[in-house]
Design a protein around this ligand. Structure first.
Ligand SMILES: *[C@@H]1O[C@H](CO)[C@@H](O)[C@H](O)[C@H]1NC(C)=O
Ligand SMILES: *[C@@H]1O[C@H](CO)[C@@H](O)[C@H](O)[C@H]1NC(C)=O
Length: 478
């Protein structure tokens, strides 16, 4: 009580100054603030507050563009509290902490200074004048045969449809994709097979994917809002075309823009070349593990290769965990291959900024089977290679020019650069067989230009860092 009495004079003074500023601004500054001449108010108030500066700041502050967000409000908190277990973090991460990267990266496409995100919880109505709905989505588009079995996807699709029909603004659907395994699409290469020829015929593959009428309806709804659809890659774009749906932009994941360095690809390539030149066993590798669904057999050979040729061969390497199933793989490494990783060699993130900072400080290379750990590496300027176990990751990697190899079959370890053989596998030889960041910066500029065009069309301010990438290194605006 005594404390608040002592504060009273200060509070009164502040209130008085605020009132004065508001009155002053209202009376003296024309509404079209650009024409206000600050020169008229060169006074400084008695208590040292520069009224000119305050008044100018207040009068030039244009209202922010409001962007709707109908996903979980947890995702709007970029820094969740620390200390959770992998299981506890599922509350925040959903079933895979990689999803956080996707959501945060979509939010960071917005200019933080001129936009404000408005959370719209169920029943998805708002009185706020929002300009557009930001709607990052997952690998939701399934072939009808799977859709009929997976009731969770069916109910989620209907749920998304209900959101879009409740909120009547243009929807920015970011990064929706298909979920098709190489084997579903008939791409199974045995040694000496001809997978490349099959891969080339995307349209033929895409025509084998029929979307359920409920999913078609959802996509048509998005189209009719006047917004836009970005998809993960060429394959999903071809699936939409084959199903006579809207045209879409195959842009990969927005995490391509977590880092605004305009020469990002060149930097990654330089680091890649340097570690290949050094071929040092002290290389600090960040290993992310294959996501093994409960329905699939444990890929014994693949885990053995990761254990022996990466984690044992490179003692400074660490494992980055993303899903609770990863713990099971660590147990497998211990029980089958005698590798017990000390806690100091196991990392786990559910705060994307810490993830990026962590990779920056711990590691020289990201190796693994998860797109989002590869992408946090990109954001951290740590080069990486992705072994893409399905068409979903393959198309993402290709759309963003991320070094990747198709892993056709986890069990046989057949890949697009040949079978990964436990006995002979050498990390550096393997890296040499991969195209590293060829055309990355040019592609990233193209992707940024699509965002720039579409955001501008909808009157949504794009992050200045992405605008700069769209404008180009030698652009007049930089
Ligand atoms: C007050 O702020 C204005 C605008 O920033 C500046 O031009 C002026 O020099 C400042 N006046 C004083 C007395 O600091
Ligand atoms: C998609 O489902 C149809 C109908 O069940 C089936 O004929 C087709 O082979 C499936 N395609 C893929 C890629 O699984």
């Amino acid at each position: 009580m005594a404390g608040s009495r002592r504060c009273w004079p200060v509070t009164a003074l502040l209130l008085g100054v605020c009132f004065y500023i508001v009155l002053f601004t209202k009376l003296s500054i024309p509404f079209n603030s650009n024409q206000a001449s600050p020169a008229r108010f060169t006074s400084t108030s008695a208590d040292g507050i520069n009224i000119t500066r305050c008044a100018t700041a207040l009068s030039t502050a244009t209202p922010k563009v409001l962007i709707g967000w109908a996903h979980s409000s947890d995702l709007l908190n970029p820094r969740p509290s620390s200390g959770l277990t992998l299981q506890e973090a599922q509350q925040i991460c959903t079933d895979n902490c990689g999803n956080l990267v996707w959501a945060l990266a979509a939010l960071r496409l917005l200019d933080p200074d001129t936009t404000k995100v408005v959370h719209i919880p169920p029943p998805f109505t708002t009185t706020e004048p929002i300009s557009a709905l930001l709607f990052p989505e997952a690998n939701l588009l399934l072939n009808i045969s799977k859709y009929d079995i997976l009731t969770s996807v069916a109910s989620y699709t209907k749920y998304l449809s209900s959101i879009v029909s409740s909120i009547d603004v243009p929807v920015m659907l970011i990064g929706i994709g298909t979920q098709v395994h190489f084997s579903d699409a008939g791409i199974t290469r045995t040694a000496g097979g001809d997978a490349e020829a099959d891969n080339a015929d995307l349209d033929k593959l895409a025509s084998q994917v029929s979307l359920h009428p409920e999913q078609q309806h959802f996509m048509q709804q998005i189209d009719s809002t006047g917004g836009f659809t970005t998809v993960r890659g060429d394959f999903t774009a071809a699936v939409l075309t084959a199903n006579k749906l809207q045209s879409s932009y195959p842009l990969g994941c927005p995490s391509l823009f977590l880092n605004h360095n305009m020469q990002l690809g060149a930097v990654l390539r330089q680091k890649w070349d340097a570690l290949l030149a050094a071929r040092s066993t002290s290389l600090r590798v960040a290993v992310n593990l294959p996501n093994i669904g409960g329905d699939k057999p444990f890929p014994v050979e693949l885990i053995q290769l990761v254990t022996e040729r990466l984690l044992k061969a490179f003692p400074n390497s660490v494992v980055i965990m993303q899903t609770p199933g990863d713990e099971h793989e660590l147990t497998g490494m211990h029980e089958r291959h005698g590798l017990f990783l000390q806690p100091s060699r196991v990392r786990f993130y559910y705060d994307v900024d810490s993830w990026v900072e962590g990779l920056k400080s711990c590691c020289d290379l990201v190796f693994g089977f998860r797109i989002h750990c590869t992408m946090t590496g990109v954001a951290a300027e740590v080069p990486g290679v992705l072994l893409a176990p399905d068409l979903r990751m393959k198309e993402l990697a290709e759309a963003m020019r991320i070094p990747s190899v198709d892993l056709f079959d986890m069990k046989t370890t057949e890949t697009s650069v040949g079978k990964l053989d436990m006995e002979t596998f050498n990390l550096f030889d393997f890296l040499e067989s991969v195209d590293a960041y060829k055309g990355f910066d040019e592609r990233r500029q193209e992707v940024a230009q699509v965002y720039a065009r579409e955001f501008e069309r909808l009157g949504v301010p794009l992050h200045p860092g992405v605008v700069a990438i769209a404008d180009g290194v030698s652009g007049a605006h930089t």
